[in-house]
Design a protein around this ligand. Sequence first.
Ligand code: R5P
Length: 293
Amino acid sequence: MIIIPGPASPQLGRKVASALDAKVITIAFKLFPDGESYVRFEGDVRGEVVAIVQTTSPPQDAHLMQLLLMADAAKDLGSRRVIAIVPYLAYARQDKRFLPGEAISLRTVAKLLAASGVDELITVNIHEEESLSKFPFPARSLSCMTSLAEYLKAIGFEGALALAPDEGAVKLALEASSILTGGYGWLRKVRDRYTGEVVTKGEELNVKGRDVAVFDDIISTGGTMINAIKILREQGARRVFAACAHPLLIGDAEDKMLRSGADGIIGTDSVPSAVSVVSIAPLLAKELAEAER
Ligand code: R5P
């Protein structure tokens, strides 16, 4: 298997390759002055199984386009099989028509990947597992929640409550609680589909004097986490950490969360950021090694 670190995930791609002791083929990449992407394979992929590592964090559309260019070129250059490793899969949250007339964005992405020659997709903590069925080829989502929890345990969070900031994240908190061993809980969140505003209900959580780690798939504007952090602070939690798979941290999300009372924020290198302290390279390498057997 050959690993192709894409322009959006150069370090992660190399880490996966070194964990697997696999050959790397680099991509010569440039952005033209008008914003168009250019890619060129700097090695021969003929007859090979290639795994392209390319996250699709902002700028999502450019990163997605680069992935499509790489997949199509890999196939055109004679690759036997193209595996797209897309840790953060853009558009995954728009996996259905919530309001009349909306595009089902994830389905469009799935069609584009298939048309570009992708044979298989591996992603991480996709927003809804069920949406993987939209892909016309094998697609699976790995979870990094226990890796995040292991990190927190190592810095003294053993016994902390693992909290989901909404009902969609309960499974994530449950997974994390298997490492932190302090139980799990969740909050109820309602999002206004027109304005995007989120309201979180302040349930009684019994967190007085306890450490709490809040687990979610994505931190984007930080709004979801901030609501949870404020509730935890009001209820007397001791230390509060926010943990996520994909730290998009748009604008001053990180600052706003810290100002709201978070003691720390951690994420993975699915999306390179200042808080990406946990690497998903071992998780991806293990999956690829098993896929090869
Ligand atoms: C949606 O429910 C997701 O799981 C996240 O909670 C959401 O995308 C986070 O976005 P934000 O940080 O903007 O609240």
